[in-house]
Design a protein around this ligand. Sequence first.
Ligand SMILES: Nc1ncnc2c1ncn2[C@@H]1O[C@H](COP(=O)(O)OP(=O)(O)OP(=O)(O)O)[C@@H](O)[C@H]1O
Ligand SMILES: CC(=O)N[C@H]1[C@@H]2OC[C@@H](O2)[C@@H](O)[C@@H]1O[C@H](C)C(=O)O
Length: 365
Amino acid sequence: MSETSSLIIGLMSGTSLDGVDGVLADFAGGAIRTVSAAFTPFPPELRSELMALQAASDNELEREALAANGLARCYADCVHQLLPQAGGPVAAVAVHGQTIRHRPELGFTRQTNNPALLAELSGIDVIADFRSRDIAAGGQGAPLVPAFHAAAFGKPGGVRVVVNIGGIGNISILHGDGRVSGFDTGPGNVLMDLWIGRHLGKAYDEHGAWAASGTVHQPLLRALLDEPYFRQPAPKSTGRDLFHDGWLDARLQGYAALPPQDVMATLTRLTAVTIADAIRAAHAGIDTVHVCGGGAYNATLLRELGAALDGASVASTAALGIAPNRVEALAFAWLGHRFLQRQPGNLPAVTGARGPRILGALYPA
Ligand SMILES: Nc1ncnc2c1ncn2[C@@H]1O[C@H](COP(=O)(O)OP(=O)(O)OP(=O)(O)O)[C@@H](O)[C@H]1O
Ligand SMILES: CC(=O)N[C@H]1[C@@H]2OC[C@@H](O2)[C@@H](O)[C@@H]1O[C@H](C)C(=O)O
């Protein structure tokens, strides 16, 4: 480990399963600064294997180990894209891994990865496995980004709301007195991606154009909203363990005649209203929300979110200085920085853990 370097690389591959977002960050003097960013898409075979590993399947122990090796190679590619901009030693690579199971109620979460191989391929200390200590302390192990949102976006004396819309959605309410609340709201893009993939063979609905061509179907929306997770009190977190194709297909029974673009419009509305309801329940009278994650590029979704919040203004985190597609990777760089300082990374008020804990495990170079 380079004790003197303030540079840390953060790597995030999230529930959308599109690839690896990486940032090279500089934490010198207590600042949080992005030096450069990179994206490494997953090779198609790795993506489909990671997708298959989201549910129980044949010979999954061996297949998971092989996928972890493939992932580590993708992470190493992303690190090698970022290193030329470092201009000096990098203290550590902080890597999330790929969630393939998230079952805090059973006492585990699994972010597959081979951090030892990444340390070998990069020659840099690797910090991995950020969620399991929080779960060991009775927490959800997620969401972890609210602590980073508070550090990067908090506004003393005023309330800020940050919404991450990745595969899953999660909110952070940053209160003016320093208190932070937050939880996973439910589906972000995961159901929309699934639906457009099935009908148009596309990875996602570019700018929400397809959804905008359809009409929201109220009975289907009510059927989708009739999911106990939405009413469950925080702390709570979720993932593809709940929101997968089987979940959607069960609720679509009886709606086979609906035009697919109407289903898309309804799924987009579902994401917007579940996020808006969660924000309203956590704090009344919000006039602005800041969105990050890939959903920030879906104009229809942002319009729906503003409407569901009674006309509140919806901006991207770019307005606060960090591009929406960089926030999560930067959050993991920050969590790596906390680990190196032996500072807690979790917020017990968010995850429900018994107390603050240092998150992560070190694989020396
Ligand atoms: N131009 C765009 N138009 C519409 N949607 C987009 C656009 N760009 C990205 N997205 C959406 O954002 C998703 C990727 O978001 P992101 O990378 O934040 O997710 P993630 O980090 O994998 O998920 P999570 O935060 O749940 O772990 C894509 O799958 C797509 O649905
Ligand atoms: C178990 C897991 O990987 N959860 C992810 C997922 O993607 C969004 C949401 O669900 C959030 O809970 C979390 O990611 C972010 C980075 C978090 O921990 O805050």
